[in-house]
Structure formats: structure tokens, C-alpha cells
Write a protein that binds this ligand. Structure first.
Ligand code: AHG
Ligand code: MN
Ligand code: MN
Length: 344
């Protein structure tokens, strides 16, 4: 029997996909593939817990407040510990940052690897108790020195330096979406065998959409240009497909994923409510930057509302916040024109 007569393969697992991509890089040592594999194990564990949340002891707050002053949900704490402990002994990571921890997280001595990992263990955690989609977001950079304990300095790199970015969305199915800078690929978890299979190869975001995702409860805090933009996309004009429709889940990862698949724009602009934190709510290192990398790789854009590319911002702190406008390219272009005062 020849190899050809065996027939097509039954579905590409994420491990196969990662190893196939590694083959395009003869210089690769396999460390990045190893790191992703470990992260995927953590994701599958979190997915299993999320699916059991209604049955177990996980609903509700853990009774603590994190360094952002927000209530820590029990699943937040579970996801954080799970990723942290697994990666700290993986041998692939030099230092980590998590939304749930104030400081850089060291790895176990003797296990220092060459990458940094920044993560939001559970994004959209206020959705846990209502059975809506939540996710885990991650961002990987090269550490400055291979094999040494990393520090905050290793983590404070612009999104443009990311080696990998991705998220796992715990929705009606669990999906992993990631990019290594060679397109965006989506995998769906088959829970019966515990494998992620390639379901969305080479994802592209439609250039123009008819959907916007924004918390309109914040209208009173917006700047005038945001008001003008919102008024425009809600006007009736069939020739330009307006008014747009609203879709807002309240979990960035879920709102972004929807817009990635169907097209759309997500805005969390600079507002007076968040004036104490540079006007934005969302975190640069483990929310905005990884999703910006994915958006750009899928043909979309991600900017602040003063027009800076999210990918170019050099972080000045682990928990730095930024205004975020992200999604379909032509929609972000249009918002940028309004915000720059070129349209009104
Ligand atoms: P997290 O649950 O990790 O703290 O993130 C919540 C974030 C983000 O997921 C979402 O887009 C945003 O908060 C929603 O904020 P509002 O409730 O202010 O709309
Ligand atoms: Mn988050
Ligand atoms: Mn979170």
C-alpha cells in the first residue's frame, strides 16, 4: 500500500498544526511548540471547569479583590493558578504577568526558558454566573536573555514584538484562536476526545461590517467625537448599510471573536469614567495587544482613539490600560477619521 492510497487525514489537531508550522522554521528548537502545548493543556482543564461551573462550587465571587480593585471570581482564581503553576515548571518561560497578580510572576528556579507569557486567565468573568461566553487571552514574547530569570523589563515590550498571541473562548463550543504572525487559525475542542481540531483555517475579518460593540451605558462619559461617530453609524442610509446593529456581550474576547468571524467594530474609547487610568479600561499587555496582533493578521486594525496603533505602544506598566478601537479595517478607519476631527 502506498502512502497516497491511505487517503486524506481525519482532521488536523492543533499539535499537528503547530509542528507543521515549526517545519517552516528549521532554526526552531521546539520550545515554542512545547510552550503552546502546555498552555493548551491548561486551557482544556479550564474549559472543563467552566463547563462544570453550574454544577460545582465555582459560581460567585471568591471573596477577594484583585489589584485592579475588581471582585475575583472563583473561576478567575482557578484559571490563574492553573496556568501559573503549569507554566512555571514548563522550562519554556522566563517570567509571566497575569491580570490577577500585581507583580511579574517568576518561574521555578532551574526552569527558566526563553519566552515571556502575559495572560488574562478569565476574560469577561462577570459572565460566569449567567452562562455567557468567557475566555483566556495570552501573549508571548522572547525574553531578553535566554535561560535566565526574567523580570518586568522582559514583559514590557510592544505588541509588535509578539511571537504568538491567542485566546481560548469558552462558548457554545470551546475554541482556540492563535497567530504566530502567519495568519490566524481557529480550532474547536472535541470534548469527547479532548482534542482541538482545525475548524477555521486562515481566518479573515470582513473589511467592512454592519455591527458595533460598545457599552452604551457609558454614553455620558464619552468625548464629542465619539458621540459624532455613534450618531453617524446609527443614521438611516440604506446606500451605506446604516444603521449598524449592536452586539455587546461584555466579555472582550467574546465580542472580539464575534467580530472576527462576522466583521464588526469594538470600541472601549477614552472616557471620563476612566480618567484616572489614561482614559481606557482595557489592559494593554494581556487584552489589547494580543487581540491587536490577531486583528492585524486577519486583515483588521486596532488603534487607540487618538490613532496610535495598539501594536506600537511601548508599555510602561504590567497593568497599563488603553482606549481600544478594534475590528474590521474600514470601520476602524472610519472611526479614526471621526476621532481625528476629519468628519463630523
Ligand atoms: P475581565 O473580566 O478580565 O476583568 O475583563 C472585563 C473587561 C472586558 O472583557 C470587557 O470587554 C469589559 O471589561 C466590559 O466592560 P464594561 O462592563 O465596562 O462594559
Ligand atoms: Mn479581561
Ligand atoms: Mn480577567
Amino acid at each position: 500500500m502506498t502512502v497516497d492510497s491511505i487517503g486524506p487525514s481525519y482532521g488536523i489537531t492543533v499539535s499537528r498544526h503547530i509542528l507543521d508550522s515549526q517545519r517552516h522554521h528549521p532554526e526552531a528548537t521546539g520550545d515554542l511548540s512545547g510552550l503552546l502545548s502546555e498552555l493548551i493543556v491548561a486551557a482544556k482543564t479550564i474549559s472543563a471547569e467552566v463547563n462544570m461551573a453550574g454544577l460545582g462550587d465555582f459560581l460567585g465571587a471568591a471573596g477577594k479583590t484583585n489589584i485592579q480593585g475588581e471582585k475575583v471570581q472563583k473561576l478567575d482564581a482557578f484559571a490563574n493558578t492553573n496556568i501559573k503553576r503549569r507554566m512555571a515548571r514548563s522550562g519554556y518561560v522566563a517570567v509571566m504577568a497575569s491580570e490577577e497578580e500585581a507583580d511579574a510572576i517568576p518561574v521555578v528556579e532551574g526552569y527558566e526558558g526563553k519566552y515571556t507569557l502575559a495572560f488574562d486567565p478569565l476574560d469577561g468573568s462577570s459572565n460566569i454566573d449567567v452562562n455567557a461566553s468567557i475566555g483566556t487571552i495570552f501573549s508571548i514574547h522572547r525574553a531578553k536573555n535566554d535561560g535566565y530569570p526574567g523580570t518586568e523589563v522582559d514583559l514590557l515590550q510592544p505588541g509588535r514584538n509578539q511571537v504568538v498571541a491567542g485566546y481560548i473562548i469558552y462558548g457554545s463550543s470551546t475554541m482556540l484562536v492563535y497567530t504566530t504572525g502567519e495568519g490566524v487559525h481557529g480550532f474547536t475542542l472535541d470534548p469527547t476526545v479532548g482534542e482541538f481540531y482545525l475548524s477555521h483555517p486562515d481566518m479573515h475579518m470582513p473589511a467592512r461590517s454592519r455591527y458595533y460593540s460598545v457599552n452604551e451605558g457609558n454614553t455620558a462619559y464619552w468625548h464629542p467625537e465619539m458621540h459624532q461617530y455613534m450618531r453617524y453609524i446609527k443614521e438611516v442610509d440604506k446606500t451605506t448599510g446604516r444603521p449598524y446593529s449592536t452586539r455587546y456581550i461584555g466579555a472582550l474576547v467574546a465580542d472580539f471573536h464575534r467580530n472576527l468571524v462576522t466583521g464588526g467594530i469594538f470600541l472601549y474609547p477614552c472616557d471620563t469614567k476612566n480618567a484616572a487610568q489614561a482614559g481606557g479600561k482595557l489592559r494593554l499587555l494581556y487584552e489589547a495587544a494580543p487581540l491587536a496582533f490577531i486583528a492585524e493578521q486577519a486583515g483588521g486594525r486596532a488603534i487607540t482613539d487618538d490613532g496610535r496603533a495598539i501594536m506600537d505602544i511601548v508599555p510602561d506598566g504590567l497593568h497599563q490600560r488603553v482606549p481600544l478601537v478594534i475590528g474590521s479595517k474600514l470601520d476602524v478607519d472610519l472611526a479614526e477619521e471621526f476621532f481625528a476631527g476629519k468628519r463630523s
